[in-house]
Write a protein that binds this ligand. Structure first.
Ligand code: ATP
Ligand code: ATP
Ligand code: MG
Ligand code: MG
Ligand code: MG
Ligand code: MG
Ligand code: MG
Length: 266
């Protein structure tokens, strides 16, 4: 009988079950373009920073945030790890392709089409989560200073890639700032914030004045969520759905960004 046949195969469902993440933690989903080194060459992205490509990434990320209201700045809280990752990575990919013609009107996408991988990591404390975000922003700064200097040597200085790499080997940040300024009259501080700091996408409510005293109380130093009543949860969800999703290029290493937006990490 069909039902017996069904039961004889059903055991395979058990293989699906070991995918829940550590409860009461901040789940960070990091997505990353697959084979984008090739994709950049194929579509002739400007080096080191193609503004259209960054704006396209931001548009896709903003659409994901708008569509999945459980995601805060930290990419969500859920118990289902593979579902969360696949939902985010596939929704992001869909919007990336959807918005492509807006940002690259002269270039038609052809196979292999862009896609993204996703990984989930659990961070048990707010401090871990902030350190994670700080780590990504420091990485952005280091890479951008290097890339800006590297591509200036090539585009403005007539170096080839090998010579530029050799010239920069062993240089510190201060040296790169100095090279940019003395050789090319580029003041790195005046480079666009989006390149230096990356993009932060979050729901904006009313800002809290720095120094106002409920701030410190609102920010919890452990990740454990406060038990809330159902209606409180529903209210929060409604507010989240209504809030504007915005894109900024701010410092997220210092306390100020978080102090002014206590709803992000509490
Ligand atoms: P993998 O599939 O392992 O992630 P990958 O080729 O995507 O391989 P990454 O380490 O993710 O490797 O590097 C992404 C590459 O795409 C880098 O070289 C980066 O400079 C380039 N890139 C991404 N976005 C832009 C952009 N907006 N402008 C210029 N270059 C970009
Ligand atoms: P979740 O996001 O949790 O997966 P869901 O609404 O997608 O929620 P599923 O359990 O995945 O729920 O069920 C998918 C639904 O879509 C089912 O009701 C199924 O009958 C319907 N469905 C999927 N593909 C087709 C199709 N080609 N024709 C008609 N109905 C379909
Ligand atoms: Mg990458
Ligand atoms: Mg990678
Ligand atoms: Mg990549
Ligand atoms: Mg389903
Ligand atoms: Mg489904």
């Amino acid at each position: 009988r069909t039902h017996e046949l069904f039961l004889s195969f059903e055991y395979v469902k058990q293989f699906e079950q070991s995918d829940s993440l550590l409860p009461n933690t901040w789940i960070v989903i990091r997505i990353d373009g697959r084979g984008f080194t090739k994709l950049c060459a194929k579509y002739k992205f400007e080096k080191p920073n193609d503004r259209r490509a960054l704006d396209l990434m931001n548009a896709a990320a903003k659409a994901v945030m708008t569509e999945l209201p459980d995601i805060t700045i930290a990419y969500g809280v859920s118990d289902e790890y593979s579902k969360l990752i696949t939902t985010i990575a596939s929704t992001f990919t869909s919007y990336y392709i959807h918005f492509w013609p807006t940002y690259f009107p002269e270039t038609t996408l052809t196979p292999p089409l862009p896609s993204f991988d996703g990984r989930a990591v659990c961070y048990p404390s707010v401090q871990n989560l902030r350190d994670y975000m700080s780590w990504r922003q420091v990485d952005c700064h280091i890479n951008n200073l290097y890339n800006t200097t590297f591509w200036s040597l090539i585009q403005l200085g007539g170096y080839d890639a090998k010579e530029a790499e050799k010239f920069l080997a062993g240089t510190l940040s201060a040296d790169k700032n100095e090279i940019l300024f003395s050789k090319f009259k580029i003041n790195y501080n005046n480079e666009p914030e989006i390149y230096k700091k990356g993009s932060i996408i979050f729901r904006e409510y009313e800002l809290v004045e720095p120094g106002s005293h409920n701030v410190a109380e609102t920010i919890d130093h452990v990740a454990e969520p406060v038990k809330q009543s159902k209606t409180q949860d529903e209210n929060d969800k409604k507010r989240r759905n209504k809030a504007r999703v915005i894109i900024e290029h701010l410092d997220i290493i210092k306390d100020d960004f978080w102090d002014r937006r206590p709803w992000l990490l509490s």
